[in-house]
Design a protein around this ligand. Structure first.
Ligand SMILES: NC(=O)c1ccc[n+]([C@@H]2O[C@H](COP(=O)([O-])OP(=O)(O)OC[C@H]3O[C@@H](n4cnc5c(N)ncnc54)[C@H](OP(=O)(O)O)[C@@H]3O)[C@@H](O)[C@H]2O)c1
Ligand SMILES: *[C@@H]1O[C@H](CO)[C@@H](O)[C@H](O)[C@H]1NC(C)=O
Length: 319
């Protein structure tokens, strides 16, 4: 009996290691490109995948703007990144994506104080219930609307600095997302209800918004030498579930401990989209595992992408 258990345990262990090294592992972004003289903005870069991305880009010599909502958490990240990269051009600038006014102030401040923008990385994301300052559903507001306005306000600067890029971090979860335009128009939200499942579905919907946004943005940027990409970073161990209730935490913790990868892995596909040479013809596309991927029909629906853009403009007071 004991032999059997030990044998079973060893077998499971080997299966796990094989799984970890094959299915779960993400290829590394291999380029050694240096980035001196270039400026990057990364939203939500005080922790998680955004911070790991900021550190890599800092090591390559770029000026990195940490666009974050919490001064203390952001300044501690700035210090960590400076120390670990030896790069002193790491700057915190306040941005709360849950407030259109804050997005506008950030853009104004940035455009006044910084001469360049080479790559904008829309990374911040939440799976938390609540509303933004503008009474927009929080998940929709932070994951899509705030980034939509931020991008639009920075486009002229990106065009001046072309070739330049916009990288928006989505998730494979977009595959189960849908867009309920009626709900967006009447509720300023992607769905009704705040159960754990309801929140997860809103998250999936918001990640479909990220893909559709990138699809439409690419069309609007044709001929400008500004290109844009969206991606799934992988299943990564971060703080994103920190607001989940105890039951969810008890279910999620063993899964993330065993099957989710470290944040360095989560940065790889972002780095690929931001830095890989020769992918300009793939503007508007969705990436995963440092490679372009086919997307579901709903994620390349021209009419839906255009409609989402126009509704987003209206919610931001741009139209
Ligand atoms: N982890 C995964 O397995 C996974 C999988 C697929 C996709 N993603 C995507 O990857 C991106 C990064 O997620 P993560 O896992 O690294 O999550 P995380 O550790 O929770 O980091 C999220 C970041 O977003 C920031 N943020 C939240 N609300 C904000 C707001 N209103 N204004 C400005 N910044 C705000 C957070 O700031 P605070 O620290 O102040 O809260 C934090 O810096 C997200 O877009 C997520 O959807 C993650
Ligand atoms: C885009 O880049 C190409 C190649 O460098 C250049 O010839 C072209 O003038 C650029 N277009 C614009 C609109 O800047």
């Amino acid at each position: 009996m004991l032999d059997f258990l030990i044998f079973g345990g060893v077998l499971l262990g080997i299966m796990y290691i094989v799984l970890y090294l094959t299915v779960l592992k993400i290829p590394k972004f291999k380029s050694s490109v240096k980035l001196h003289g270039k400026t990057f903005i990364i939203t939500g870069s005080n922790t998680g995948i955004g911070k790991a991305t900021a550190l890599d880009i800092a090591k390559r010599g770029a000026r990195v703007i940490l666009a974050c909502r919490d001064k203390q958490r952001a300044e501690s990240a700035v210090n960590d990144i400076k120390k670990q990269s030896g790069n002193n051009e790491i700057v915190f600038m306040h941005l709360d994506l849950a407030s259109l006014q804050s997005v506008r102030s950030f853009a104004e401040n940035f455009l006044k104080s910084e001469p360049r923008l080479d790559v904008l990385i829309n990374n911040a994301g939440v799976v938390t219930e609540g509303k933004t300052k503008d009474d927009i559903g929080l998940i929709f507001g932070v994951n899509h609307i705030g980034h939509f306005l931020l991008t639009v306000l920075l486009l002229d600067r990106l065009k001046e600095c072309a070739p330049s890029r916009v990288v928006t971090v989505s998730s494979r979860g977009y595959e189960i997302g849908t867009i309920d335009f009626e709900c967006i128009s009447t509720q300023k939200d992607l769905g009704r209800g705040n159960s754990a499942l309801g929140l997860f579905m809103k998250y999936a919907h918001s990640k479909l918004c990220n893909v559709l946004f990138t699809h439409e943005l690419a069309k609007r940027l044709e001929g400008t030498n500004v290109t844009c990409y969206t991606l799934h970073p992988g299943a990564i161990r971060t703080e994103i579930g920190r607001h989940a209730n105890l039951l969810w935490k008890m279910i999620l913790t063993p899964i993330t401990t065993l099957f989710f990868l470290d944040v360095e892995f989560g940065a790889q596909t972002i780095l690929h989209c931001a830095l890989q040479e020769g992918i300009e013809h793939l503007s508007g596309c969705y990436f995963s595992d440092c490679a372009v991927q086919k997307v579901r029909a709903k994620a390349r629906d021209d009419a839906a992408a255009k409609k989402l853009w126009e509704l987003s403009e209206r919610l931001c007071g741009l139209a």
